[in-house]
Design a protein around this ligand. Structure first.
Ligand SMILES: Nc1ncnc2c1ncn2[C@@H]1O[C@H](COP(=O)(O)OP(=O)(O)OP(=O)(O)O)[C@@H](O)[C@H]1O
Ligand SMILES: [Mg+2]
Length: 314
């Protein structure tokens, strides 16, 4: 396996007595999208700030792109979109990028090319003359993204990249993230938008009060317990009785207006049991109308790992 792009070990960050990060260890593989999830105050932004070297860890180590977090060598190939960023309001989009590009040491002619590219790529073409003071929240996020990407970083930290962006813009930003991944870049994302995270992430870690409570590949987390949804025209009484006898876990779905109206999530322990269940369901007078595999959503996984939703008990 390739060297991790980012590696954190036993990381503790205290603000006076308050422990914002309580011993976190994680690795991020190159060319992947890694998402850190957690409630407000869980420690997500603190983690990014430690990785960038803005905050010093109290204990533990963090390395980024093979260098200690915060070193100049590590920072050079990093892009960062901060949460709640505030750029000088007198700038226009292009003049802001020109300013940052200059600080990053990108030469003038190259800067011009890249600015035109990124203004267009983040959907701000035609708005070049608007000053940031006149920007909407979504426009501010877009220029923030362009700023984070202008110097062609290998690793990009995005703290709530779609915060305040409308659905169309969110889709565009998601596509941009996938493009960056295709280009071989590594993305480290903080987000609350679980549906969105599910669509772009390879790997997810859930932080609760400074501690990792769940971590894994997205498929691994959402496919941990394969389930099947059986749909019937009427209540399948014999089938339900059989499920009880076989001790198979089932959960009635309560979605008003669903078609067919009677749906159960069923968790068979083996393929053999599934085969038996399919036969029994077909024979039931309730009238089998649909049968589909079910994966847990990332939201289910998230709520369960924070203890906000009951786990399915067998
Ligand atoms: N500079 C600081 N001084 C004292 N406490 C801090 C400081 N920075 C963060 N904290 C505290 O650390 C905890 C974690 O904050 P952090 O900003 O990392 O959370 P977050 O997961 O990013 O939350 P959000 O989803 O609201 O952005 C919070 O309780 C916060 O109040
Ligand atoms: Mg935050």
């Amino acid at each position: 396996m390739a060297e991790p792009v980012l590696e954190v070990s036993g990381l503790i960050k205290r603000f006076r007595k308050f422990e914002a990060l309580g011993g976190v260890s994680l690795k991020v593989e190159p060319g992947t999208v890694f998402s850190l999830l957690g409630q407000n105050g869980a420690g997500k932004t603190t983690m990014i700030k430690v990785l960038l070297g803005i905050l010093k860890p109290t204990e533990g180590t963090a390395s980024v792109l093979g260098h200690p977090a915060g070193s100049v060598a590590a920072r050079r190939k990093i892009g960062y979109l901060p949460e709640d960023h505030k750029f000088p309001e007198y700038h226009t989009g292009p003049s802001l990028l020109d300013f940052y590009g200059g600080l990053q040491g990108i030469h003038r002619a190259e800067r011009k090319k890249r600015i035109a590219y990124w203004i267009d790529r983040v959907g701000l073409a035609g708005r070049e003359k608007v000053r940031i003071r006149g920007y909407s929240k979504g426009m501010k996020q877009r220029i923030g993204l362009a700023q984070a990407l202008l110097h062609d970083p290998d690793l990009v930290f995005l703290d709530e990249p779609t915060d305040g962006v409308d659905p169309v813009g969110r889709r565009e930003i998601r596509d941009l993230m996938l493009d960056l991944k295709r280009m071989g870049k590594t993305l480290f994302l903080n987000s609350h938008l679980l549906g969105e995270v599910e669509l772009v992430s390879d790997h997810v870690a859930i932080l609760n009060r400074g501690k990792l409570v769940r971590e894994g590949g997205i498929g691994e987390l959402t496919g941990a317990r394969p389930a099947w949804v059986f749909g019937f025209a009427r209540e399948p009484q014999v089938f339900l009785q059989k499920l009880k006898e076989l001790n198979v876990t089932m959960i009635r779905r309560d979605n008003p207006g669903s078609v067919p109206p009677n749906q159960w999530e069923i968790y068979p322990d083996s393929e053999d049991i599934l085969t038996v269940l399919v036969r029994l369901a077909g024979e039931d007078a309730g009238g089998l109308r649909s049968l589909q595999p079910h994966r847990e959503s990332l939201e289910d996984v998230y709520l369960k790992s924070l203890g906000k939703k009951e786990a399915v008990s067998a």
